[in-house]
Design a protein around this ligand. Structure first.
Ligand code: ZN
Length: 138
């Protein structure tokens, strides 16, 4: 993982084999970041994506164990019980140019990960919401 600081944000470059959430947690802890917004692109070799079924209050997971273009990642960093928590969604494609997308549970970089992290000045605490069964900002 490499970091390139700019005026108000940081470009985080991930290398082949690095896992997105692990790398982002390391980045947040080492930089003292508490809240941020994320965008990104690149290439992956493994992804586990989820769809949240609100009726059953559970995710359906699907694994993609093959090269994928990372078309777009968007996410945020919040605090859950005082600890950094990254929430990331993504759109991906394969050689058939069909898009697949979802809540990103795991993403292993295959080529590169080019991430843009913009720190926010306001903390974004997440707390458990009974209605959805999720930890929501609020
Ligand atoms: Zn999500």
């Amino acid at each position: 993982m490499k970091q390139i600081a700019s005026e108000s944000s940081t470009i985080v470059i991930l290398d082949r084999g690095e896992e997105l959430h692990e790398s982002l947690l390391t980045f947040a802890r080492e930089s003292g970041l508490r809240s941020a917004w994320l965008s990104g692109l690149g290439g992956a070799m493994h992804a586990t994506l989820g769809f949240y079924d609100i009726e059953n209050k559970a995710y359906t997971w699907k694994e993609f164990d093959r090269p994928l273009e990372i078309i777009s990642l968007t996410g945020n960093l919040t605090l859950v019980s005082g600890e950094p928590f990254w929430h990331v969604h993504g759109v991906f494609s394969g050689p058939d140019f069909q898009a697949m997308s979802g809540h990103v549970k795991s993403l292993v970089i295959g080529l590169t990960g080019e991430l843009h992290v913009t720190p926010l000045s306001a903390p974004l605490p997440r707390t458990f919401d009974d209605t959805t069964g999720l930890k929501l900002i609020g």
